[in-house]
Write a protein that binds this ligand. Structure first.
Ligand code: ATP
Ligand code: MG
Length: 440
C-alpha cells in the first residue's frame, strides 16, 4: 500500500478524551473513530488489525474441531422469555420494538439462539459432541463505556457453544477450549493467564477468565510469578484426547492465579512462597463456562441416549473479546513513540520510508523494493508522501509496524538500505537484495 493513497488519519495531538494509552494510540494512529458513546467505526488500519485477530481465532478454533457459523445480531425476545433471561438480563440488554410491535433485542450473547438451532436439528447422542462458534457484533448497554474499544457498548466477540452427552464430555470441551484459547493468545504475542473466576450472568459451575497483565486493567489479579514463565510454543496437541488436554492444563492451571473476585489471601499465602507472590492489574480478554443443563432443560434441547432415554444435553459457552484484544495488545506492547505490533497481528509487516521523495535514484530504489516485497506476499506500507523524513519516522513509530526499511541517497551511494526492528530499535545496513532473506 502506498501511504499517499491510503486513508490513515493520524492525529498529532493527544486526544483529550482518551484516558489510557491504547485508546490514545488507536485514535492517534487513525485506527478507529467514535460514532457514539461506546460505538466505533474501524478505519482501514484498525480494521486490518481486527481481521488479523479474527483470523487467528478462526484458525485455532477450527484446529480444535469447532465449526464456524453466523447468527443474527437482532433476535426475537421469545426465546429469551423461554429461558427466563429476558427479564433477568436487565438494563444492559438493548431492547427494540419492530413495526408490528414485536419485542426484539440486539444480541448481548447467544446461548438461547444456538440452543434453538440445536433442538431443531439434533435428536441423537450420535451427533455429539458438537461445538459451534461465531465471531459477531454484540451489544451491551454498559453503564460506563470507557477506554475506547476496551469497554464498548457495541463490541466484536467470538462466542462458542458446546453440546455434549455427559458432564464428563462437556468438561473435556471446557478443557479443549482452555488449551485452544491459550494457544490463540500466545499467537497474538500475548500472555493471557487463565484464572478461576465467578460466573456472573451466564451462570454455572465452572469458569475461567483469561487476563492479560497491564497497569490499566480493570481487574486486580494475584498470582504465582511462575505462571508468567509458561509458554505453549510449538507443542502439538491432540484436541480429541482428554488426557492430552488435561496434561497441558495441569501445567497452566496448577499454580495460583485469581482475580479479586475469587482471591483468597490465606490460600495465596499457603500455596505461594513469598518471593513468588505477585499483585497486579489485568484485562479480561476471554472467559469460558461449563453450565450443564441450564439452557438445555428450559428450552428442551434433549437427545436420545444409547439405551433409548431422552436427556438434556450438557453445555458450555466460551467468549473472546475480539475488539477488546486490539486495545489489550497495545496496552501490553507499546513505548513512548507508539504501538509495537506483534508480527502476527501487525497491519503491515514492513514500512518503507523514502527519506528523499522526488530524488530519482531513491524513488527508484523504493519502488523496486516495494514491488519485490509485495510480490513475495509481504504486506508493505510505502511512505511515498512529500514529507520530511522526521515526520515519516514519527508516523512509522506511531503505527508500530514490526520492520522499517529506510531508503536514502546516502545509503544508496554505498549500495545499502537500513532495516530497523520496531521492537528493539536496532538497525542493520544491508544491500536491498538481501532484505527479504533477513526478515524473520
Ligand atoms: P466484563 O467482566 O469485562 O464486563 P464479561 O465477563 O461480562 O466482561 P463475557 O460475557 O465473558 O464478558 O464476554 C466475553 C469477552 O468479551 C470478555 O472476556 C471480554 O473480553 C469481552 N467483552 C465483554 N464485554 C465487553 C465490552 N463491553 N467491550 C468490549 N469487550 C467486551
Ligand atoms: Mg467475562
Amino acid at each position: 500500500m502506498r501511504l499517499s493513497r491510503y486513508f490513515l488519519p493520524v492525529l498529532k495531538e493527544n486526544p483529550a478524551e482518551a484516558q489510557i494509552v491504547s485508546h490514545r494510540l488507536m485514535l492517534r494512529a487513525g485506527m478507529i473513530k467514535q460514532a457514539a458513546a461506546g460505538i466505533y467505526s474501524w478505519l482501514p488500519l484498525g480494521y486490518k488489525v481486527l481481521r488479523n485477530i479474527e483470523e487467528i481465532i478462526h484458525e485455532e478454533q477450527i484446529r480444535a474441531g469447532h465449526h464456524p457459523i453466523l447468527m443474527p445480531t437482532i433476535q426475537s425476545a421469545d426465546l429469551w422469555r423461554e429461558s427466563g433471561r429476558y427479564n433477568a438480563y436487565g438494563e444492559e440488554m438493548l431492547r427494540i420494538r419492530d413495526r408490528h410491535d414485536r419485542d426484539m433485542l440486539f444480541t448481548p450473547t447467544a446461548e438461547e439462539l444456538i440452543t434453538d438451532i440445536f433442538r431443531s436439528h439434533v435428536t441423537s447422542y450420535r451427533d455429539l459432541p458438537l461445538t459451534m462458534y461465531q465471531i459477531q457484533w454484540k451489544f451491551r448497554d454498559e453503564i460506563r463505556p470507557r477506554f475506547g474499544v476496551m469497554r464498548g457498548r457495541e463490541f466484536y466477540m467470538k462466542d462458542g457453544y458446546n453440546f455434549d452427552l455427559t458432564k464428563e464430555d462437556a468438561l473435556h470441551a471446557y478443557n479443549r477450549h482452555l488449551v485452544s484459547y491459550l494457544r490463540t493468545y500466545e499467537r497474538m504475542g500475548l500472555q493471557a493467564i487463565p484464572m478461576r473466576a465467578e460466573s456472573g450472568a451466564i451462570g454455572g459451575d465452572d469458569t475461567h477468565e483469561f487476563l492479560v497483565l497491564a497497569d490499566t486493567g480493570e481487574s486486580g489479579v494475584f498470582y504465582d510469578s511462575q505462571v508468567t514463565d509458561l509458554r505453549f510454543g510449538d507443542r502439538v496437541i491432540d484436541y480429541d484426547s482428554h488426557a492430552d488436554c488435561q496434561a497441558v492444563l495441569e501445567e497452566f492451571t496448577s499454580r495460583y492465579a485469581r482475580t479479586d473476585d475469587t482471591h483468597d489471601e490465606a490460600v495465596f499465602h499457603e500455596r505461594v512462597p513469598e518471593e513468588r507472590r505477585r499483585e497486579a492489574r489485568g484485562i479480561e480478554v476471554g472467559q469460558i463456562f461449563y453450565f450443564g443443563t441450564k439452557y438445555s432443560e428450559p428450552l428442551g434441547a434433549t437427545v436420545q441416549t444409547p439405551d433409548g432415554t431422552q436427556v438434556p444435553v450438557h453445555m458450555g459457552s466460551h467468549g473472546i473479546g475480539v475488539s477488546r484484544l486490539a486495545g489489550a495488545i497495545i496496552e501490553a506492547s507499546h513505548d513512548d513513540n507508539g504501538i509495537i505490533w506483534p508480527e502476527e497481528v501487525a497491519p503491515f509487516r514492513v514500512g518503507i520510508v523514502n527519506v528523499k521523495q522526488g530524488d530519482p535514484t531513491t524513488d527508484k530504489a523504493c519502488e523496486d523494493l516495494y514491488a519485490a516485497l509485495t510480490a513475495a506476499g509481504i504486506e508493505t506500507l510505502y511512505d511515498d508522501r512529500e514529507e520530511r523524513a522526521g515526520a515519516k519516522f514519527a508516523t512509522m513509530d506511531l503505527i508500530g509496524l514490526p520492520w522499517r526499511v529506510t531508503v536514502g541517497p546516502r545509503g544508496l551511494k554505498n549500495g545499502v538500505v537500513e532495516l530497523t526492528s520496531r521492537r528493539t530499535g536496532e538497525g542493520e545496513e544491508l544491500a536491498p537484495e538481501l532484505l527479504m532473506s533477513r526478515l524473520p
